[in-house]
Design a protein around this ligand. Sequence first.
Ligand code: GUN
Ligand code: FE
Length: 426
Amino acid sequence: MNTKTFALKGTICFSASPQELSIAEDSWLVCENGRCAGVFPTLPEKYQGIPCRDTGSCLIIPGLTDLHLHAPQYSFRSTGMDLELLDWLNTYTFPEESRYADLSYAKKAYRIFADDLKKSATTRASVFATLHVEATELLMDLLEQTGVKTLVGKVNMDRNGSPVLQEASAGESIAETERWLTEISGKYRNTAPILTPRFTPSCSDELMRKLSEIQKRTGLPVQSHLSENPGEIAWVQKLCPTTHFYGEAYDQFGLFGGQNCPTIMAHCVYSTDQEIALIKERGVYIAHCPQSNTNLASGIAPAKRYLQEGLNIGLGSDIAGGTSISILRAIADAIQASKLHWRLTDESRQPLSLEEGFYLATAGGGSFFGKVGSFREGFEFDAVILDDSSLPCPRTFTPRERLERLIYLGDERNIAGKYVEGSRIF
Ligand code: GUN
Ligand code: FE
């Protein structure tokens, strides 16, 4: 019997739509050859005899997707929270990332990161590494072993860095990128490369042009940052005087979505109507990172608007702008931030509901990875078992209330099991 064919029993919960949860109590979730075969009140005849894991009263939800985080920044998360983006990068982030030239430091730091990612509810993640090829490959080796499916980017940055963290030229940055892609080619099942120009201020025009050539040749996806902070946006306007909005600074090089260029842009706190229209037209994914946007005082992204207007959007922890690797926590943060946006900025848009926050963390971000983030038939079987028995209460709660409590109160101790594409992680 294929080990990727089995059933889980419990209270099964996934998004039927952005506004609606599908909840099946005391039901069976069947995985067949690594894909969801459906949710059933009783185990169908044809599956009798397959291995079953009875989770008792646990909730079973789709795996969560972290669309944006920086692995090398996990080491200093929750320190240095007193500056805005550009000063924060120069003061804390670039010096920390420069340490990853030292492989023994990288090994210690990335081991801690990989262990914590494995224990989390995250089953898919899009990750920034640093500009260092060896450390990036080490990170990919460690992530491969976790079983979590990741995209990992060797960072490109050839201008406006610091003496300790910057590539010497566009040519060097590209040569290192090509070396990295050659060295990892065919090496992994769970991790794959994503092109990662850090953000416009870090990348010369020549570097962007050459990255675009690699993108066109390979079809690799792209990740970067967009419209995060007012000072950053003003700087990009100076650096790219012919552009009408920040997104054009990527789009002019063909690095902004479209059919053959799957793209994630983190933040979009201050995207203009024109920028939003292009994001939509190109199918660019927005990684909404509410905790980072609060910690770095960046602002409040209009996540509800993006969802209502049918843009592709998921959640990101943005470690170490964000301090927590938990995407459950990111759901709560997204809902809370949306309430402030409603109260302070735009009363015409209701805050995100619990259902919408849950959708962003599952199907919303998951779809960047294919048929991921749902228990509908044919989806890749990513599942997380949530045990709320350590959160005692004097009365019973509905499954929806239990999910809500886990989102607001839960941590990794409540994660009792995890599967990625039908493989059991724990
Ligand atoms: N923009 C460019 N680099 C970074 C980074 O490391 N973190 C965040 N939040 N924004 C960035
Ligand atoms: Fe970031």
